[in-house]
Structures are given as C-alpha cells and as structure tokens.
Design a protein around this ligand. Structure first.
Ligand code: GAR
Length: 224
C-alpha cells in the first residue's frame, strides 16, 4: 500500500476540505494533505489549510499569466509535494488536461446531486439545489466520482441519497446535502488509502478505478 498523499483544489468555503483535515487529525483517515491550491485568493479553504500548517497556494490565470501557466504551476506543485491523488473540494474550474494526464485515474470530485441528474456545465453549488427544488424532487444526494476530460462524467465511486422534506427550500436542501458530503468524502479517501479503491491504468473512463465489493457493501449499509 502506497501512503496516500493527496492535494486538494478548492474555490470557496472549504467545509469539505475541513472535514478531511479533521478526520486526519482524529486518525480516522490515514493520509496526508500535502498542499491546497485555490483559484481564489480569498478562499477560506486556503486559511483552513494554513491553520493546519499545510502549504496553501493561490493559483489562477492572474497569478500565472495564462491557463497554460496554471497547468504548469499545478504540475510543479504535484511533483514537488509528491501528491498521488488530487481531491476536488468545491473547485469551480476545469482541471487542466495536462494534470489529468499526469494523475491519470487519480483525480476525484464531489458533486452535490445524484449524477447524471443535475450535472454538467452550470450545475454547481447552490444552482444545483435550486434546480432540484424547482423540479419538485423528493430526493437528491451526493456523488463522488473520478474526473476525466468530460465534465461530471467520470466513474462513480459513491452515491448517497438525501430525502427532501416537503416544502424545503434550496437552502435547506443544500444544508442537508452538505452534511451528507461531510460524512462521505473522507470515507472515499480512506478507501483509497486502504486499497479498497485502486486506480487502474485503463483508458476506459468507466474503469478508472477498481472498487472492492466489500467496501461497497459497507457504504450501502450506512444508509439503511
Ligand atoms: C459542495 O457542495 C460541493 O459538492 C460543490 O461545492 C460545494 C463546496 O462546498 N461542488 C460542486 O458543485 C462541483 N460541481 P465547500 O467549499 O464548503 O466544501
């Protein structure tokens, strides 16, 4: 088993990142967060990292001069910190193709709905929950999936359902989904750390990782 050294990209509040760092501290997640980067200099995610002594970087086309510059900087950071998994935690930018190639089948994202519903361009953060409520859904959920060049289309590693109480507004739905996210992302990273989820060399996006059936059973049991 190779020790898990993940890097995180985040654009905003970073509450998901915080739960990962907390689970590391409580020794429930056997991993190291080796750096955090954000396209937004004021992202709280950067402060959260700094508070734990984790290197935190503002990396944007402004700081690097171009989108190509962003890709080069991220590649350098991944190399320098020997990151072996890239964790998107509310990152609202597309991950450069060069980064996806370097960390082939080793980039994971969390999405606040049950993909493929409410996914793709424009579906992020509160926009997702507003659309869910507008369509009168009675349930939504959380999807954690592998990332490839196609937005929100990578192999799904975990989905968990969230029931919507009648009359709930988008804000309430968002809160319920976020709570489920917080209980989910660390479990997926733990599975990477313990080889219950193993990245493959496959070029087929449907087979980016192998998932141990026992782990899937354990995850199903959480919500019964
Ligand atoms: C989370 O709800 C995450 O699922 C969502 O952004 C939020 C970030 O919250 N990501 C997307 O919508 C990606 N398409 P956080 O900054 O508090 O972790």
């Amino acid at each position: 088993m190779t020790p898990l050294r993940f890097a995180a990209l985040a654009s905003g509040g970073g509450s998901n990142l915080q739960t990962l760092l907390d689970r590391i501290d409580s020794r429930e997640l056997p991993a190291n967060c080796v750096f955090v980067a954000s396209n937004n200099s004021r992202a709280m995610a950067l402060d959260r990292a700094r508070q734990k002594g984790i290197p935190a970087y503002h990396v944007s086309s402004k700081t690097e001069g171009s989108e190509e510059g962003v890709a080069v900087k991220l590649l350098n950071l991944i190399e320098h910190h020997s990151a072996n998994l890239l964790v998107l935690a509310g990152y609202m930018k597309k991950v450069p193709d060069a980064v996806l190639q370097k960390l082939h089948n080793r980039v994971v994202n969390i999405h606040p709905a049950l993909l493929p519903e409410f996914g793709g361009q424009g579906f992020y953060g509160h926009h997702v929950h507003e659309a869910v409520v507008r369509q009168g859904k009675t349930a939504t959920g959380v999807t954690i999936h592998m990332v490839n060049e196609e937005y929100d289309k990578g192999q799904i590693v975990l989905q968990r359902k969230v029931n919507i109480p009648s009359g709930a507004d988008a804000e309430t739905v968002g809160r319920l989904v976020l709570a489920k996210e917080h209980d989910s992302y660390w479990r997926v990273l733990k599975a990477f750390a313990e080889d219950d989820i193993v990245p493959t060399d496959s070029r087929d996006p449907a087979h980016a990782v192998q998932i141990h059936p026992r782990w899937l059973e354990q995850m199903r049991a959480l919500d019964v």
